[in-house]
Design a protein around this ligand. Structure first.
Ligand SMILES: Cc1cc2nc3c(=O)[nH]c(=O)nc-3n(C[C@H](O)[C@H](O)[C@H](O)COP(=O)(O)O)c2cc1C
Length: 142
C-alpha cells in the first residue's frame, strides 16, 4: 500500500507527530512546503496545527490543490493546545476537492506558550501511531 504523510507546521509539533507516524510505516514524513509528489497514493495522512481557532489558510490552499485522482483516501490529524478542534477545515477542503476522507479524524494535544507544555508527548505520539495503523488496517480490508 502506498502511504504518504504530509505535514504543515509552525512550531514543529505536527512534524513530530508526522515523523512518529512515518516511522511506524518505515517511510519519511514530508513538509507540504516542499510540494511532495503524490501519485497513486492509497492513503494520505495530513498532519497540521490550529492557529486562532482555524487551520493555516496557506495549508488549506495546498489541500484544495490536491489531485483527487491520485489519492484514494485521506486521513486527518490535527493538533492544538485546546486539543478539541475537529480539523473541520482540512476535512471540508478535502471533500470539496473531491477526495474521500476517512471518517475518523485524530485530534492530538499540542502546546501553546505555557499551556500544555510538553505536548505532544510520548503518549500522544503513540496514540497517533495507533490511529494511523487502525486506519491502514481498516482501508486495507476495503
Ligand atoms: C500563533 C498560534 C496560534 C494558536 N492558536 C491556537 C488556538 O486558537 N487554539 C488552540 O487550541 N491552540 C492554538 N495554538 C496552539 C497550536 O495549535 C499547537 O501548538 C499546535 O501543536 C501547533 O502545531 P505546529 O507546531 O505543528 O504548528 C496556537 C499556536 C500558535 C503558534
Amino acid at each position: 500500500m502506498n502511504i504518504k504523510i504530509v505535514y504543515a507546521t509552525k512550531t514543529k509539533h505536527s512534524r513530530k507527530i508526522a515523523q512518529a507516524i512515518a516511522n511506524g510505516f518505515n517511510i519519511q514524513a514530508e513538509n507540504y512546503l516542499n510540494n511532495p509528489k503524490l501519485e497513486d497514493v492509497d492513503l494520505l495522512f495530513l498532519v497540521s496545527g490550529i492557529y486562532g481557532g482555524v487551520s493555516d489558510p496557506k495549508f488549506l490552499q495546498y489541500v484544495a490543490s490536491l489531485n483527487p485522482s491520485s489519492i484514494r483516501i485521506a486521513a486527518v490529524v490535527t493538533n492544538s493546545a485546546g486539543g478539541t478542534f475537529a480539523s473541520e477545515g482540512v476535512r471540508q477542503t478535502l471533500k470539496d476537492a473531491g477526495i474521500v476522507v476517512y471518517p475518523e479524524a485524530f485530534i492530538c494535544r499540542g502546546a501553546f506558550l505555557f499551556f500544555y507544555m510538553g505536548h505532544p508527548n510520548q503518549t500522544d505520539l503513540e496514540s497517533a501511531v495507533a490511529y494511523a495503523h487502525r486506519v491502514r488496517e481498516a482501508i486495507s480490508g476495503q
